[in-house]
Write a protein that binds this ligand. Structure first.
Ligand code: NAD
Ligand code: MG
Length: 376
């Protein structure tokens, strides 16, 4: 068995570090040859000394770094297209990951995609890059990994419906008035998953589920009316597929990203890995399902509507959400204002075209500007 070269973009984050832990158990099969980080020099240095990759990039951040390291956002494209890798794990957070996804697909790579924002902002372009370059997208997101695993060899034509599960986040049972005033400390206490700050806040607003519905639409080629969201507080059933004959398959496991990350590398093969936490149905005991409180969590409906509207609307939704979450985390906007900001940006920038990359970046910037103006 030959080893496959792997690039890890965003190696210092939650997904990046989890991926390195998984890959350390599969050194005969995968070799880490590229590492990139945004600004965390200390962790990146340690990873470089552990893995000796052939290419390293630090996008921002100051301090002395070796002269051989790539610098600036452009270095992500080099990192995504190195000839000695066949797999690129995109674990960057936000729209900042889009260029690398496109470049990797154009270069014919397998993109293990954690960076769902790539598909939300540029879903059509991502599909086109894959067709052009021969690359493939394999999802890392646990829900989409579950769907991929349930689908097996079946295509969209045999699917009636996808049922995406949502933990409901930390505010699942909170009254609406209390949610609107929630602090970053409250929002960062996720009940079932340990993740980066941005996605943890997105899980509290349910914007994350909107991003995931759009992601599923592009990954699996299904209409928005075929994608449903159900709250499942235990995060054991990672999602379900209902086939046209009414049969429903689900994928289950403890809430850990190790399996979806490994599966994104090995799909359709399954690798033995005793390090992945075992599932015990007796310990799980209960699986509850509830409807989403759409009136309390408007970001989900706003995002799905943006997906249906198409054009640049998903990019506006994403850009506004990223900006609002950043302001919330800085303590400059209350939790309830995230949905208000997204709503305002979508209303203000309705109908923008999203046919090419410049148009999408224009929409992204316009959305961010609108949100910044609201909280000046
Ligand atoms: P994180 O904040 O922990 O890590 C983000 C990584 O991206 C870091 O390595 C950082 O250095 C890098 N980065 C940040 N901004 C960058 C920029 N502008 N340019 C280049 N690199 C940049 O985030 P995370 O939780 O690991 O999430 C990463 C992605 O995976 C997100 O899209 C998230 O939605 C998705 N995801 C995460 C989880 C999870 O369990 N953490 C689960 C499913 C999907
Ligand atoms: Mg998910």
């Amino acid at each position: 068995m030959t080893t496959q070269g792997v690039a890890i973009l965003g190696s210092t984050g939650s997904i990046g570090t989890t991926a390195l832990r998984v890959l350390a158990r599969h050194r005969e099969r995968f070799e880490v040859r590229v590492l990139t980080a945004h600004a965390n020099v200390a962790v990146l240095r340690q990873q470089v000394s552990d893995w000796s990759p052939g290419f390293v990039a630090l996008v921002e951040g100051d301090g002395e770094v070796p002269a051989t390291w790539g610098r600036g956002p452009g270095s992500l494209v080099e990192a995504a297209t190195r000839p000695d890798t066949s797999i690129v794990l995109n674990a960057i957070v936000g729209a900042a990951g889009l260029d690398a996804t496109l470049a990797a697909l154009d270069a014919g790579k397998r993109v293990a995609l954690a960076n769902k924002e790539s598909l939300v902002v540029g879903g059509e372009l991502v599909g086109a890059a894959a067709r052009r370059g021969g690359g493939i997208v394999v999802p890392v997101d646990s829900e989409h990994s579950a769907i991929l695993q349930c689908l097996g060899v079946r295509g969209a034509a045999e699917v009636r419906r996808l049922i995406i599960t949502a933990s409901g986040g930390p505010f699942r049972e909170w009254p609406i008035d209390r949610i609107r005033k929630a602090t970053a400390h409250d929002a960062l206490r996720h009940p079932t998953w340990s993740m980066g700050r941005k996605i943890t806040v997105d899980s509290a607003t349910l914007a994350n589920k909107a991003l995931e519905v759009i992601e599923a639409h592009f990954l699996f080629g299904l209409g928005y009316d075929q994608i449903e969201v159900v709250v499942h507080p235990q995060s054991i059933v990672h999602s379900m597929v209902e086939f046209r004959d009414g049969s429903v398959l689900a994928q289950l496991g403890v809430p850990s990203m190790e399996l979806p990350i490994l599966y994104a590398f090995s799909h359709p093969e399954r690798l033995e890995d005793p390090g992945i936490p075992a599932f015990d149905p007796i310990a799980a005991a209960r699986l509850d399902f509830e409807t989403v409180r759409h009136d309390v969590f408007p970001c989900l409906g706003l995002g799905v509507a943006a997906g249906k509207a198409g054009g640049a609307a998903p990019a506006v939704f994403n850009g506004a959400n990223e900006q609002a979450v950043a302001l919330f985390l800085e303590g400059r906007a209350p939790f309830g204002a995230i949905a208000d900001a997204v709503h305002e940006a979508l209303a203000r920038h309705a109908g923008l075209a999203g046919d090419d990359l410049p148009a999408l970046w224009h929409a992204d910037a316009a959305a961010r500007r609108t949100v910044k103006e609201m909280f000046r």
